[in-house]
Design a protein. Structure first.
Length: 248
């Protein structure tokens, strides 16, 4: 069993979300996987209410503000996301960090807010190409992980990690299974030291970055890869179906 997550980013308006759920059906091949879609927030409620959506396909919010309410024009709180149908929150995605300047501290506040409202956080970590070439992969992803873990004091809490090397996102360049396994092993090792062996073994670590039908199975088979976070290939029901049918 793996987690197959789709991050729609700024694609899929409400009527497109409905069309997707009409075309994407959970079949017996993928039924063991946990399938999660992160629509843009404007389509979340439509996705939640959509009569075509198999209830086994769960929903998440792509980002949230850490305050519960207030004068924060343009922002959405965790409690609103829950009421619109989210069970998961994608936090610290590299586009949030690098395009919108989100800091480790802000990601930690968002993780805390998600947990207060019973959303399952999916914490994204990943290095840029420059950081990889400078041999700083472990330093960067562990710093990002450590700062999020500050908001997860209880080892019983369910959360997920997504390792998404920035240079692999939307570029068609995928990490090799060995690169993914190395980073995932580093992250799991840190989880074990910080939260104990049971939490480390239980916590799913997803790989993201140019996951396609052609490479999903080989990535899912890599050591310590418990699922995939799919961007571009998740908005097409056919390619997402093929990915969801893959297993490691
Ligand atoms: P991609 O995006 O699959 O289009 O590379 C992955 C992500 O950003 O989550």
């Amino acid at each position: 069993m793996a987690v197959i997550a789709g991050n729609w980013k700024m694609h899929m308006a409400p009527e497109e979300a409905r069309a997707f759920f009409c075309a994407f059906q959970v079949d017996p091949v993928m039924a063991d996987h946990e399938i999660v879609i992160f629509p843009p927030s404007v389509s979340l409620f439509t996705a939640c209410e959509c009569e075509y959506r198999d209830p086994r396909v769960q929903l998440g919010i792509q980002n949230l503000h850490w305050e519960d309410r207030g004068a924060f024009t343009g922002e959405i709180s965790a409690s609103m996301a829950v009421r619109a149908g989210a069970n998961y929150a994608l936090l610290g995605h590299s586009e949030r960090r690098h395009v919108f300047g989100e800091t480790d501290e802000q990601v930690a506040l968002k993780v805390a807010s998600a947990l207060r409202h019973d959303l399952i956080p999916v914490v994204c970590v990943g290095e840029t190409l420059e950081e990889r070439e400078a041999g700083r992969v472990d330093e960067v992803i562990l710093r990002q992980l450590d700062s999020a873990l500050v908001s997860i004091p209880d080892p019983e809490t369910r959360f997920l990690i997504a390792y998404e090397p920035v240079w692999a996102i939307g570029t068609g360049k995928t990490a090799t299974p060995l690169d993914a396994a190395a980073a995932h092993g580093t992250l799991r090792g840190r989880l074990e030291r910080a939260m104990g062996a049971a939490t480390a073994a239980r916590t799913e670590i997803l790989y993201g970055g140019s996951v396609q039908p052609s490479n999903a199975a080989i990535l899912l088979a890599a050591c310590d890869v418990d699922g995939v976070l799919v961007g571009g290939a998740s908005i097409n029901p056919e390619s997402f179906t093929e990915i969801a049918r893959a297993s490691g």
